[in-house]
Design a protein around this ligand. Structure first.
Ligand SMILES: CC(C)(COP(=O)(O)OP(=O)(O)OC[C@H]1O[C@@H](n2cnc3c(N)ncnc32)[C@H](O)[C@@H]1OP(=O)(O)O)[C@@H](O)C(=O)NCCC(=O)NCCS
Length: 151
């Protein structure tokens, strides 16, 4: 499908407003993030790979990133395309670029947790469900109840 003049590439810095707007569209933005948005720069700089899609007018209309140990394993996260640009192959270009950039570095254990409704998108790129495995995330209150000290 024609995706117009969209350029997809690896980025080491991104427009903050576009990042926020994409996070909001995906439902990943918490109101408390408004107080200090400096983490955005750190998220981009601290990712093993950060891919961004730009429209001809310079708007970042999609992004995605990989976190990794840099030599063996990686997880892909936060792949999102602006609503008005979906269905044009941009998400696929972003995720494919992330995977290729990891494989080039010999990182070939690549996982992700699919957002509800996105599994088919990822499977079209070659990802498969890990049967018998369960995605898990730390619940800080539970950690505290178990005697952990979350600072
Ligand atoms: C998931 C998302 C990134 C897809 O981006 P996109 O640019 O619209 O996807 P593409 O146009 O590149 O689609 C590639 C293929 O996946 C399919 N696809 C895309 N989204 C899909 C979905 N939600 N369910 C099923 N198939 C989907 C497309 O039909 C296309 O199939 P084709 O190759 O047979 O034509 C986008 O819908 C999005 O930002 N969603 C909200 C955030 C999110 O859930 N991200 C996933 C993080 S785990």
């Amino acid at each position: 499908m024609d995706d117009g003049e969209i350029k997809v590439g690896l980025a080491d810095g991104v427009p903050e407003e576009d990042f926020i707007s994409l996070y909001k569209e995906a439902g990943w933005w918490s109101p408390e993030y408004d107080a200090d948005t400096s983490f955005i720069e750190a998220v981009v700089a601290g990712s093993a790979a950060f891919a961004a899609a730009f429209s001809a007018d310079g708007r970042m209309v999609g992004m995605g990133r990989a976190v990794s140990d840099g030599c063996s394993d990686a997880y892909i996260q936060d792949v999102v395309v602006a609503r008005d640009f979906r269905g044009k192959g941009i998400g696929r270009r972003i995720e494919r670029l992330l995977v290729e950039s990891l494989l080039e570095r010999g990182i070939d254990w690549i996982g992700l947790i699919a957002e509800p409704g996105s599994a088919e998108f990822h499977s079209k790129l070659g990802f498969a469900a890990m049967e018998g495995h369960a995605p898990m995330k730390l619940d800080l209150d539970a950690f505290r109840r178990q005697g952990g000290d979350p600072l």
